[in-house]
Design a protein around this ligand. Structure first.
Ligand SMILES: [Zn+2]
Length: 141
């Protein structure tokens, strides 16, 4: 497996837990929702071994519903905890990557993602969150 395939595989696992955290659903719906999230529909050959793996780890459980005995997958308590931990870890990683790129508005101090409102004050390029802050800042000089 290439590292890209591994990443894709792990993302698919994560998103599956994330989807089932919202509501229990059957395999076909999981596939359709994953397509929306990842932009590529996973094949049944990908998704069912993955669901089996999650089930073996007791992260999800299966119930059968209706006359046609449709299999509905849902998170177990263990799965919910795992999902919570993964989301927290994911947020930590993403903010670690993004934080250094943040600048602060020179007027109000709020955090500005790349871009913001840039203008020159006394030949110095400053970044503000919006043009109103820039105007206030210039007035206060
Ligand atoms: Zn501001």
């Amino acid at each position: 497996m290439t590292s890209r395939e591994k990443l894709f595989n792990n993302l698919t696992k994560f998103f599956t837990l994330d989807l089932l955290n919202q509501e229990p659903m059957h395999g076909y719906k999981i596939m359709k929702q994953l397509e929306n999230l990842i932009g590529k529909e996973p094949s049944p050959g990908q998704i069912y071994p993955l669901l089996t793996e999650l089930k073996e780890k007791s992260l999800i459980e299966v119930t059968e519903k209706g006359d046609r005995k449709k299999k509905i997958y849902k998170l177990t308590n263990k799965g919910e905890n795992k999902h919570k931990r993964l989301v927290n870890r994911f947020n930590d990683i993403v903010s670690t990557i993004l934080e250094p790129k943040l600048t602060e508005c020179a007027h109000c101090g709020c955090k500005v993602y790349e871009g913001g409102y840039q203008t020159k004050v006394n030949d110095k390029k400053l970044v503000f969150c919006c043009k109103h802050c820039a105007r206030h800042y210039k007035k206060g000089r």
